[in-house]
Design a protein around this ligand. Structure first.
Ligand SMILES: [Zn+2]
Length: 104
């Protein structure tokens, strides 16, 4: 899978998230590579039908909402931890993080 050229890139971060969409060279040119970054670190990448990638730009704030929803959030110390998985069947389904307030 080789990148042909960048289709678009976020100009300004949305709550720390940016997106980059790239067209791919043949034979993968039916798809585009979508990369999601959080504070400059890649947190997710996936293929998306190339002719629909502008939906990603139009609905990027929904994507960010979804990413933030996946965060593990502590109501006590307001610590927020991002968790990402690749969607494999053996991926963890739960995570436990020590509370910063209780640890102090
Ligand atoms: Zn906590």
């Amino acid at each position: 899978m080789e990148i042909e050229k960048t289709a678009f890139e976020s100009k300004a971060p949305d709550r720390g998230f940016t997106v980059k969409a790239s067209y791919l060279k043949q034979p993968n040119d039916g798809d585009a590579l979508i990369e999601i970054f959080r504070d400059g670190t890649k947190v997710r990448e996936f293929l998306f039908p190339a002719y629909k990638i502008w939906n990603i730009a139009a609905h990027f704030s929904d994507i960010v909402d979804g990413e933030l929803e996946n965060d593990v959030y502590c109501a006590r110390c307001h610590c927020r931890i991002a968790v990402t998985t690749a969607g494999r069947p053996d991926d963890p389904r739960s995570v436990r993080v020590p509370c910063k307030e209780i640890l102090q």
